[in-house]
Design a protein. Structure first.
Length: 208
């Protein structure tokens, strides 16, 4: 069986993830996918990218490795492949940070875990603080200290990231995607999406 040439980038990816260097992750993914595109068929490249992602996850967040197999099937073109890999690697960086917080017994980790599990439901600072068994004011202050973001921005970024994944699946309308990531008001979701990505939902979908 031929050796996957992309695996030579594993350690570089792991280091970038540990540093939370998102720009570095984007640049490396663009470079290696573009470089490989001229030499491999899409399906073969997709298999190699999945294998690379699995190896990286096993080093960084092994407990989440199975999720890679579950949502890779809808990737149908080169742009979606880049987007999928970038999102998954950034998720790995977030997961590594969450595990670090969890091991320290930090209540912010409980809040983050709850957000990741229930981002599609109604979330408020009061609800999440109650789940983490701390006061809303204390959570608000600690959340910014530990993550570098305020609570609302963090939730929004998680939801928009999930929305970008779902928009790659053409069977979902924009309104359905909005509901799946926790927004009952489609207009409000569209406004947040444009602010976060610089594109309307329709414009973003045209790039896929």
């Amino acid at each position: 069986m031929a050796v996957n040439p992309l695996l030579q980038y594993k350690n570089e990816y792991v280091n970038l993830i540990k540093q939370s260097d998102f720009k570095g992750l984007d640049a490396l993914t663009d470079s290696l996918v573009d470089k490989s595109n001229g030499h491999l068929g899409f399906l073969q490249l997709k298999e190699q990218v999945l294998e690379l992602a699995v190896c990286v996850y096993k080093d960084v967040v092994p407990i989440r490795t199975m999720e890679l197999y579950n949502d890779n099937t809808g990737v149908e073109n080169m742009y979606q492949l880049k987007s999928w890999l970038n999102i998954k690697l950034k998720n790995a960086a977030s997961g590594l940070h969450e595990e670090s917080l969890k091991q320290s017994g930090n209540p912010v980790a409980l809040a983050i875990n709850y957000i990741m599990d229930y981002y599609m439901e109604d979330l408020s600072l009061d609800i999440v603080a109650n789940k983490a068994n701390i006061s809303p004011n204390y959570l608000c202050r600690r959340f910014r200290q530990e993550t570098g973001e305020n609570f609302v921005d963090y939730v929004t970024n998680v939801r928009i990231s999930k929305a970008r994944e779902l928009l790659a699946y053409k069977r979902f309308t924009a309104k359905e995607v909005a509901k799946k990531v926790g927004y009952s008001n489609h207009t409000y979701f569209s406004k947040l999406f444009k602010k976060a990505t610089g594109k309307t939902v329709a414009e973003y979908r045209k790039t896929l």
